[in-house]
Design a binder for this molecule. Structure first.
Ligand code: CO
Length: 448
């Protein structure tokens, strides 16, 4: 059904673009900054939530909250009021450096005191060069400035205990974050070194640093693997692959028929319940304000939402080469086989027959292959932001993702073709004629 020659984004170059995006996005703050720069290059104008919004027809805007969630949108010239949204998340599991960051106690070492962020797979964080990235709050006079920092060198390591000291290590390990996961930051002399190091990096006085939100990140660069480079490996593919692919699709859509909205939310990995997460009012606030700024009434808003459609994009589990028994007997996505539609009877995913039908038709029109994911019936799966954001703005929605392995490891694996498939799908989604209400569903191809 899919004709590869119709995919306009070359697979390898597109994936290289993804790897570059990942490299510049070691934390959710950096992911939002990277995406903001790409949007500004395309003429999108930043709107502050604290300012009055004056929206022009054909205007392109973006809003951020906390510097870690972002919503961009295009205002159509026509009266069209319905919203067409693609949302993903900016954060990934990691370890956050605590206040009072340095730990001494073991002779000869200084460690950093960390706590886990999100559902990290702990073992693969061992025995690899790590570093720090995040944001730093700097005092300038009576003002407080927010600045991002990424220490671009190998700085930290979490060493394994040798096999000779734990002969059972290969029988399965339990890792305690407080005792096992605090990385080595230096010898004893490093005990007062973190703040000076950050201050030097940022070119500020040490005393000017008021607070830091710093996370560990994996230093290993993204790369292609496989006999024909058919796979790629990189940090944070969940969910930067969806965040990047949908952004490129959003920016390259030949036209925007409805109010096109691109969203990327922080804190998905901790349940989305924060000021800027998908459970917050961020999306509802922005949609309400777009409607109001265009002269829409409350009635217009309800009607617009009833005819809107959300694609929630968050990566999906591919069939594992060594553990096929963990997958559903039938619905087992494979990398490089296209976009995955995710289903769950208990509504962890928003997809149902109606919304999946819309998505399948979009894929057909875009010549993009699709496949299906469900959990094994005896295994609980994850959830994502689609159903959570629906508690704030109730939209017809479908959950999709791209197939990947090693989810929540600091180094994950995906297919070289799939980002290009997502781009083609999102281009089609934003530019087609879509009419979806409880009463009617119609999807016209974008060329029509
Ligand atoms: Co995810």
């Amino acid at each position: 059904m899919c004709t590869e020659e119709k995919i306009k984004f070359p697979f390898k170059e597109t994936s290289q673009g993804l790897l570059d995006f990942v490299k510049h996005s070691p934390t959710s703050f950096h992911a939002v900054r990277t995406a903001s720069e790409m949007l500004e290059k395309e003429g999108f104008v930043h709107l502050a939530e604290s300012s009055a919004w004056d929206l022009e027809p054909d205007g392109k805007y973006y809003v951020t909250r906390n510097g870690s969630s972002l919503i961009a949108f295009c205002v159509p010239r026509e009266k069209e009021a319905a919203f067409r949204l693609f949302c993903s998340h900016t954060d990934s599991p990691s370890f956050k450096v605590k206040e009072g960051p340095q730990l001494s106690g073991t002779a000869g070492y200084t460690k950093l005191n960390v706590e886990q962020y999100g559902g990290a797979l702990r073992a693969p964080w061992f025995d690899r060069p790590l570093s720090l990235a995040g944001r730093v709050l700097v005092q300038t006079g009576n003002s407080i400035e927010t600045r991002l920092v990424q220490i671009d060198r190998d700085l930290l390591m979490i060493p394994s205990l040798a096999i000779h000291m734990n002969r059972e290590a290969n029988e399965g390990m339990k890792y305690n974050v407080q005792t096992d996961l605090c990385p080595v930051f230096g010898d004893e002399s490093a005990i007062e070194s973190l703040r000076p190091l950050i201050a030097r990096e940022m070119g500020v006085q040490e005393e000017a640093i008021l607070s830091m939100d710093l996370f560990l990140y994996n230093r290993q660069r993204g790369t292609f693997i496989g006999a024909n480079e058919e796979f790629l490996a990189a940090p944070r593919l969940d969910d930067l692959q969806c965040m990047y692919g949908s952004l490129i699709g959003f920016l390259n859509a030949p036209q925007h028929r409805a109010v096109s909205v691109y969203g990327a939310f922080d804190n998905e990995e901790t349940g989305s319940e924060s000021r800027q997460g998908a459970a917050s009012t961020f999306l509802a606030d922005v949609l309400t304000r777009i409607n109001a700024a265009r002269g829409g009434s409350q009635e217009d808003y309800f009607r617009a939402v009833a005819g809107s459609f959300l694609i929630s994009g968050d990566n999906a589990h591919a069939l594992h080469p060594n553990h096929p028994e963990k997958a559903d007997p039938v619905n087992r996505p494979q990398m490089n086989q296209g976009v995955v539609i995710k289903f769950n009877a208990n509504q962890k995913y928003t997809s149902d027959g109606r919304s999946a039908s819309v998505l399948k038709l979009l894929c057909r029109h875009a010549n993009v292959p699709y496949q299906v994911y469900t959990n094994r019936s005896d295994m609980a799966g994850g959830s994502t932001l689609g159903n959570i954001s629906n508690t704030q703005v109730s939209l017809q929605a479908v959950d999709i993702g791209l197939p990947q392995l090693a989810m929540h490891s600091p180094y994950e694996m995906a297919g070289t073709k799939d980002t290009a498939y997502l781009i083609e799908l999102t281009k089609e989604f934003y530019s087609c004629q879509l009419e979806v209400t409880d009463e009617k569903m119609a999807v016209q191809p974008s060329e029509a």
